[in-house]
Design a protein around this ligand. Structure first.
Ligand code: C2E
Ligand code: MG
Ligand code: MG
Length: 687
């Protein structure tokens, strides 16, 4: 029967008839559909197209009838095959364990994949956490991170670049955006680094960029080379903003090179520029001129009008001088009331004269400061270089000599250096160079002048006075080099040397069992402008194990009254330290009593000029008596210095001055002579 179905399927037969069991079971396998024709199940039927000839149909009928009668006819065989169900094939024994195994594997895989998914989720959460942390770090960091190619073209930049530099990462990455932000004169620096990167795996370079707000920023670019995965070199780096460091450094540099009041360059800066200008002339450059402008009698204006008016006057004069000059000329404030001009040489003597005369006239025009109309004149000294000096000291000394010449006629004049003025030049030059050598080679020495109680004739103190044992010139007194050292700034080193030497000596005497009295040390004015003075004195005292009250510091009246507020602050710190403070040369300045009272002074030291000819000057006598009464009223120690004659001593004793010092009582002594004196003093020997 199946053949019949196959025949229909292949198109060899038009239809096939079967019983409905067989048909239901196999017809669909061959893609055959049921027809709505049923046959009597007892009979044998057949179907044929209408076109089949009746003979053929009869022959088929006959055949069928015959088959019905034959038990093994195809009819019965087909019937039997249709009715007997197809035998079921038995399942092999390995199927079940295999299925179970597979099932187990599937379950295992499912569990594994769930676990994996859970772990991935946890990792993703952790990564997200780290990512946020990193983002926060990058955002809040003060350093920009970047990744770049070997040519230093960045391809990733941390987002904080917007906050720090006002620039977006994208604009810096595209079209060489970073490179274009670097200042043109600094670009080379960075490109050179790119070339060096292959040799050193870590490099840093400082350069400037223009940030998103148009401001110049100084930054440090630190880079490290990484070998990337695909073999290409990769650079990771950081950009650190150093602008405020640079600005701070610039400010400090400016302050150390400029005068605070006039904002003009100071003496140190001028010397540096002069040195460069002279060096250039050595290399064939053009020579130039140095002018020193010194104001005539400026101290009197300061004293009469006060420091504040004096300061305003100086600032106004600085502006006037600047206004007379070209932008290329350098104007410096080289001293309290002294300005210097460094400029190219004038083309003729007439031009020089016109310049100097113009400056003098401009300075002399009256200036309105607050309610005062002030007129000040100046003297100008001028020197040419290299003609008048081949180094800074020579040129400056030549200009100063010319200045002295200009002052001779009473001021408001100028003078140029002439060789006839020359002797002091070498003197000053030797001084500056030799002071340094003297400090290095320990050529200074301290002498000690005894101070006595006039009533008890007892040794109460020793004033330390510096002497210079010069290898060629012999002993040089302080008056010959201290004022110069004050001008050059070398005084600070000298003062520290004196302090240390005095404390060292006190320690030595103590260790030798000698009962040394208090020693007093003269300090220059500049010390009392330094807030660090108390700290450095404390350190010296501690180093030599000296009791603070064994040390007295002398400050001159003029120093104190120059900048009383500043000195007062420094003195308060010294007073707290426990050292004695004495006002030297009292009576020569113009102390303001109110200011005097406000200062933590322990002692007033009457200047020796007040003692000169005291026996013949009733006025001096009454001034001295008034000072003695003042000291008593202020409960201050009082000492008179420069006692040379018995008459002076008698007067002082009689007037009630408690302490005294002078050649009559004892000259300044060397350390060993002082030691002898102390030994006598220990056995109660007095003056
Ligand atoms: P000063 O502090 O007023 O010192 C007193 C000066 O008068 C000393 O001169 C002393 O030798 C001198 N003298 C003492 N008794 C008499 C006397 O009876 N008659 C006369 N005519 N003079 C007398 P010296 O040693 O030449 O010192 C001069 C100035 O140099 C000192 O004046 C002081 O201002 C300064 N000086 C001395 N040593 C130092 C020092 O170590 N550091 C600083 N910064 N300045 C010092
Ligand atoms: Mg003194
Ligand atoms: Mg004195």
């Amino acid at each position: 029967m199946l053949e019949a179905f196959t025949a229909v399927e292949s198109g060899d037969a038009d239809a096939a008839a079967s019983n409905n069991f067989f048909g239901a079971r196999f017809a669909s396998r061959h893609g055959l559909a049921d027809a709505a024709i049923t046959f009597d199940q007892q009979s044998l039927h057949f179907a044929a197209p209408l076109t089949v000839s009746p003979d053929r149909l009869e022959a088929i009928d006959d055949m069928l009838l015959r088959w019905k009668g034959q038990g093994d006819s195809p009819y019965f065989r087909a019937l039997q095959r249709a009715l007997v169900p197809e035998p079921l094939t038995a399942m092999p024994p390995w199927v079940v364990p295999l299925t179970m195994g597979l099932l187990f594997v599937v379950v295992l895989l499912l569990v594994f994949s769930a676990l994996l998914r859970w772990r991935v989720k946890a990792r993703t959460r952790a990564l997200e956490h780290y990512r946020r942390q990193l983002e926060h770090v990058l955002d809040s960091s003060t350093v920009v991170l970047y990744q770049a190619s070997a040519t230093l073209a960045p391809f990733w930049i941390s987002p904080n670049v917007v906050r720090l530099f006002g620039l977006s990462a994208a604009e810096l990455i595209e079209n060489a955006g970073w490179e274009s932000r670097i200042l043109e004169q600094d670009r080379d620096k960075r490109s050179r680094i790119a070339a060096e990167l292959s040799d050193a795996d870590q490099l840093a370079v400082d350069y400037r960029i223009i940030d998103g707000h148009g401001k110049t920023r100084h930054l440090r670019d630190e880079m490290r080379v990484l070998a990337a995965r695909d073999g290409h070199t990769e650079v990771i780096g950081t950009w650190t903003d150093l602008t405020s460091d640079y600005e701070q450094r610039e400010r400090i540099r400016f302050l150390s090179n400029h005068d605070r009041l006039t904002r003009l360059p100071n003496r140190a800066f001028l010397r540096e520029q002069l040195r460069t200008a002279i060096a250039q002339t050595d290399m064939g450059g053009q020579g130039g001129m140095l002018l020193i402008i010194d104001l005539d009698r400026f101290g009197a204006i300061n004293e009469a009008m006060g420091m504040a008016v004096g300061d305003q006057l100086l600032a106004a004069l600085a502006r006037r001088i600047l206004g007379q000059l070209a932008a290329t000329d350098l104007v410096a404030r080289s001293g309290n009331d002294e300005f210097c001009i460094l400029m190219g040489a004038a083309d003729s003597c007439e031009t020089t004269a016109r310049l100097c005369q113009g400056l003098l006239e401009r300075i002399a025009v009256p200036i309105q400061i607050e309610d005062h109309q002030l007129t000040v004149t100046a003297s100008i000294g001028l020197a040419h270089f290299p003609a008048h000096g081949r180094n800074v000291s020579e040129v400056m000394a030549a200009a100063e000599l010319a200045l002295q010449q200009a002052r001779k006629g009473g001021g408001n004049a100028w003078a140029a250096y002439r060789p006839e003025l020359g002797t002091v030049t070498s003197e000053r030059m030797f001084l500056e160079q030799d002071i340094n050598k003297a400090l290095e080679q320990d050529q200074f020495e301290l002498f000690y002048q005894p101070q006595y109680s006039l009533t008890e004739q007892r040794l109460v103190g020793l004033e330390c006075l510096i002497r210079w044992q010069h290898p060629r010139r012999g002993m040089i007194m302080p008056g010959a080099f201290i004022p110069f050292a004050e001008q050059t700034g070398q005084i600070r080193k000298i003062d520290i040397w004196v302090l240390r030497k005095a404390c060292f000596q006190l320690g030595q005497w103590r260790d030798a069992g000698l009962d040394a009295p208090r020693v007093s040390v003269n300090l220059s004015a500049s010390e009392f402008r330094s807030e660090a003075l108390a700290a450095s004195i404390a350190a010296v005292i501690q180093e030599f194990g000296i009791a603070p009250e064994q040390l007295e510091l002398e400050i001159t009246e003029t120093t104190l009254m120059e900048a009383p507020d500043q000195a007062a602050g420094v003195m308060l710190a010294l007073d707290k330290l426990g050292v004695h403070l004495s006002m030297d040369d009292f009576g020569t300045g113009y102390s303001n009593l109110a200011q005097l009272l406000a200062l933590p002074l322990d002692q007033l030291k009457i200047d020796q000029s007040l003692l000169a000819n005291i026996e013949h000057s009733a006025q001096k006598q009454s001034v001295l008596k008034a000072i003695i009464a003042l000291a008593r009223a202020l409960d201050m120690e009082l000492i008179a210095e420069g006692i040379e004659t018995p008459a002076q001593l008698e007067f002082l004793k009689h007037a009630g001055c408690p302490l005294g010092q002078g050649y009559l009582l004892g000259r300044p002594l060397s350390a060993s002579q002082t030691e002898q004196l102390l030994r006598q003093h220990c056995s109660e020997v007095t003056y």
